[in-house]
Ligand binder design. Structure first.
Ligand SMILES: N[C@H](CCC[C@H](N)C(=O)O)C(=O)O
Length: 290
């Protein structure tokens, strides 16, 4: 029987099981299975996946994120805010601003602290990747995907695709409450036009400073919030002339609000909460010891 200590945290209801790899060791080849197990609400702890807080040669900490299906993602906005909170509160960093390494590069986090606890985090998510080949999406490599016709399930849509280090496709809807999240989401997630799969977002434009947002996440399905997806939605809305570059936009997700700006410097900054739910010890049988 194996075990490890964990901390369950969430950003706007997008929860992960966090493991401090400065203190724990997990078998690399078992990580997908561990992610699937801990995510199970009945036989595990219950979450949208697993996040490892690891040592790094390039930054004070490195984040690795695994979706609930065991697939490894390359970025996670809600995860970054929780990693920043954990790192500051556990003394892994000394300043309120610090770098975090991800599989899609370095990002900078700045924590807001009240009575010794992190209550809010701003993450400079860097520049969106807009070339088709960077999403990735099949088709002419350098072209951007903005309001592009996209037929699926016998219907015609217009999509915008944005990478925040992980792939996102945005559909605009008239009413967020009737967005086809659970019907179109799983179909598009695995559409062959997205060779690495894709996170599927639905956006209702309230006004030039506000969006309603729902998501079907690659590898996790419906979640309460998707930080990289909300960033992608703001970028897509500027590209489609629905919101303004440089203006702070409030994105209303199912789990709460994020404040996001795609700055004139080209970088996307996201501000939102991060919360600790509980800590504990998880026990599992690994392949070596049956
Ligand atoms: N499902 C995503 C990873 C988690 C992203 C999301 N939870 C966020 O807060 O950005 C992917 O496979 O790219």
């Amino acid at each position: 029987m194996c075990s490890f200590s964990f901390t369950k945290m969430h950003g706007l209801g997008n929860s992960y099981i966090y493991v401090d790899m400065f203190r724990e060791t997990l078998p690399e080849d078992e990580l997908p299975a561990i992610a699937r197990r801990v995510s199970d609400v009945n036989t595990g702890i219950g979450s949208d996946g697993l996040i490892l807080i690891c040592p790094s040669d390039e930054a004070p900490v490195k984040m690795r994120i695994f979706n609930s299906d065991g697939s490894e993602g390359k970025n996670c906005g809600n995860g970054l805010r929780c990693v920043a909170k954990y790192a500051y509160e556990h003394g892994l960093v000394g300043d309120r601003s610090f770098l975090i390494e991800t599989l899609s590069g370095l990002v900078e986090a700045e924590v807001t602290v009240e009575h010794g606890k992190v209550t809010s985090v701003t993450v400079d998510m860097g520049e969106p990747r807009l070339a088709r080949s960077a999403i990735p999406m099949t088709g002419p490599e350098a072209a951007q995907v903005v309001a592009e016709p996209f037929a699926v399930n016998g219907r015609d849509y217009a999509i915008t695709a944005v990478s925040m280090g992980n792939p996102h496709v945005i559909f605009y809807v008239e009413d967020i409450e009737t967005a086809p999240v659970t019907t179109l989401g799983p179909l598009v997630e695995k559409d062959p036009r997205f060779p690495e799969g894709v996170n599927v977002e639905f956006v209702e434009v309230v006004n030039e400073r506000e969006l309603h947002f729902r998501v079907w996440e690659r590898g996790s399905g419906v979640t309460q919030a998707c930080g990289t997806g909300a960033c992608a939605a703001v970028v897509a809305s500027v590209l489609n002339g629905k919101t303004a570059r440089g203006a702070e936009t409030v994105v209303h997700l199912a789990g709460g609000d994020l404040q996001i700006v795609w700055g004139h410097d080209g970088r996307v900054r996201m501000t939102g909460p991060a919360e600790t739910v509980c800590t504990g010890v998880y026990y599992y049988q690994n392949r070596q010891n049956g």
